[in-house]
Ligand binder design. Structure first.
Ligand SMILES: Cc1cc2nc3c(=O)[nH]c(=O)nc-3n(C[C@H](O)[C@H](O)[C@H](O)COP(=O)(O)O)c2cc1C
Length: 272
């Protein structure tokens, strides 16, 4: 599957911005609508495309943007009531603005892949055979990918085993839990004192392990409160402050349902 033109462009501009200004280039404003119809907005971190890791080859790819959240946060109620959201992303290193419009859904403890199939038509697809390999210099990233691949092959185990060929949203939530830093993980359990929570290893099933039983309990409680927000993109509005270019990538409704190459589904319009 070839990538859509906006994804290739946004990913490349983000990489340039990370090189120029650091990881603050991943901060974006997420606008939602509150259940009472009024607007809400907050800064979040873009966590990459579902199934992908730029430092460790997972063997999977998608066009779905991800953000992490606590399940108790207000944005969860906003999205449940009105899934249409917008991200506003100013890339200071290249003086560009991307406004990404689309539908956001939450993957929480208990959310099944079957329940998401109808609301997230864009798939997470497998790349060619043998593409998954850990090229990561960071052990936590490498562990996340190993746990992800282990769980996918376990989920497919049994009578209907497909050898890890089916993507599973709970396994993706688990991978993103591994990828978070210890400080942030420590903020998730309600009973905790906010101390960092390290994942020291994984067991044979791909589950996270901390060898201190008290910390393991907190890790498990934190994971219950951890949610992954997944965004299916419908349009991307682009402004370049240096050149004055204003353009938009749109996925027309009639093309969203058709079986077409991702790259040919999109219409690009130069507005100025
Ligand atoms: C730089 C920065 C990054 C942040 N990243 C996230 C994030 O990735 N996810 C998140 O839920 N909140 C993040 N926050 C906190 C949110 O801005 C917000 O305060 C919190 O999510 C509660 O918002 P809500 O009540 O609207 O859900 C971040 C804040 C800052 C300043």
């Amino acid at each position: 599957m070839s990538s859509s033109p906006w994804k290739t462009f946004l990913a490349s501009q983000l990489q340039t911005n990370i090189e120029r200004v650091g990881l603050s280039a991943t901060y974006v404003s997420l606008a939602t609508v509150r259940p009472d119809g009024t607007p809400a907005n907050r800064t979040v971190v873009f966590r990459g495309f579902a199934g992908e890791d730029h430092r460790s080859e997972t063997g999977w790819q998608s066009e779905l943007l991800t953000v992490t959240s606590a399940k108790r946060s207000r944005k969860m109620a906003d999205i449940a009531a009105q899934p249409m959201v917008e991200l506003s992303w100013f890339m200071a290193g290249t003086q560009e603005q991307f406004r990404v419009h689309g539908r956001m859904v939450a993957v929480q403890a208990g959310t099944t892949s079957d329940a998401l199939r109808g609301v997230l038509p864009d798939p997470v697809t497998k790349k060619g055979a043998g593409s998954a390999k850990d090229t990561s210099a960071s052990s936590s990233t490498g562990l996340a990918t190993r746990a992800f691949l282990t769980r996918l092959s376990r989920e497919g185990a049994g009578d209907n085993s497909d050898g890890g060929n089916t993507f599973d949203w709970q396994v993706e939530r688990l991978r993103q839990w591994y990828r978070m830093n210890d400080q942030l993980r420590g903020t998730f359990p309600e009973a905790g004192d906010g101390e960092p929570l390290a994942i020291e290893n994984m067991d044979n099933e791909g589950w996270f392990v901390n060898h201190d039983p008290a910390k393991q309990k907190l890790l498990e409680a934190g994971y219950e409160n951890f949610a992954l927000l997944v965004m299916q993109v419908e349009s991307v509005d682009y402004v370049n402050l240096t050149t004055g270019e204003h353009s938009v990538f749109i996925k027309p409704k009639e093309r969203q349902e058709q079986a077409m190459e991702e790259s040919s589904k999109w219409v690009f319009k130069r507005l100025s």
